[in-house]
Each structure stands twice: as structure tokens, then as C-alpha cells.
Design a protein around this ligand. Structure first.
Ligand code: NI
Length: 138
């Protein structure tokens, strides 16, 4: 296990009250774990900015009856096949599909893939969840 270091933090009383309320609502049992997560979130943002290898999830919702949407999304995914680890397709109802595309690669390429799919006509909703390979985190 990594060596633990304790350090003191000076904070405005009001800010600390807000922080405690926030982390309580998020089910943290103590401040340390909440602060560790805040630091990790910022490190992951840094990975995306620096262009290091990242992992992520692209979520799409679309109506598969919309003309050509399925073919276009398939073509795009084949163009970026080197980034895609896994794709899951769920038929939500008679018309709507939800697709989850798990990716790993350079942030710029992952974003390019996400933007191309998002801007495809017929896609109703799309998000890119910017995650991490976990290699740079403890
Ligand atoms: Ni479907």
C-alpha cells in the first residue's frame, strides 16, 4: 500500500460547511475520501488535456428508423475501430436504440469519434464520459 501523508488545510468556515453538506449528500463517510476523489477527478481532466492515453464511454440514443442513421454510425465506428474496445446495443423500445461505445486511445481521436457520432442526423442524445485508464492514479 502507498505511504499515507497527513496535511492540514485552512478553509473558510462557510466553505467547509458547504463541503461537508455536499459530501454527506454524496454518501462519503469522511472528508479524506472526498478530497482524494476531487484530486483524482482533476488528474483525469489533466490526462485529457495533456493528450495521454485515456478511456471513456460514448452513449448514443437514436431512432433506428431514421434514414441511414444505423449505416452511418456503423461506418464511423469502423473508421475508428482501433479506438473501440466494445459496443453494446440495446433496443429500448420499438423505435429507440441506446448504444454504449467503450473507447481507449488519445483524447483528440476519442473526441473526434464522439463528435462525429453526435452530429449524425437522427442521433437524439449523445454524451462522452471522460474516464481514465487508471494507470496514472492511486
Ligand atoms: Ni436497436
Amino acid at each position: 500500500m502507498a505511504e499515507l501523508v497527513r496535511f492540514g488545510v485552512s478553509l473558510d468556515k462557510k466553505l467547509l460547511e458547504w463541503f461537508d453538506r455536499l459530501i454527506h449528500s454524496q454518501n462519503y463517510s469522511n472528508r479524506s475520501e472526498a478530497i482524494r476523489d476531487l484530486i483524482r477527478e482533476n488528474l483525469v481532466k489533466e490526462e485529457w488535456i495533456k493528450g495521454e492515453e485515456v478511456a471513456g464511454v460514448i452513449t448514443l440514443v437514436y431512432n433506428h428508423h431514421q434514414r441511414e442513421v444505423v449505416n452511418i454510425l456503423t461506418d464511423i465506428q469502423h473508421d475508428f475501430h482501433h479506438l473501440i474496445i466494445s459496443t453494446q446495443h440495446i433496443h429500448l423500445d420499438h423505435d429507440n436504440c441506446l448504444e454504449v461505445v467503450v473507447v481507449k486511445g488519445k483524447p483528440k481521436e476519442v473526441e473526434k469519434l464522439a463528435y462525429q457520432m453526435k452530429s449524425t442526423r437522427g442521433v437524439k442524445y449523445s454524451t462522452l464520459n471522460m474516464a481514465t485508464t487508471g494507470k496514472g492514479l492511486v
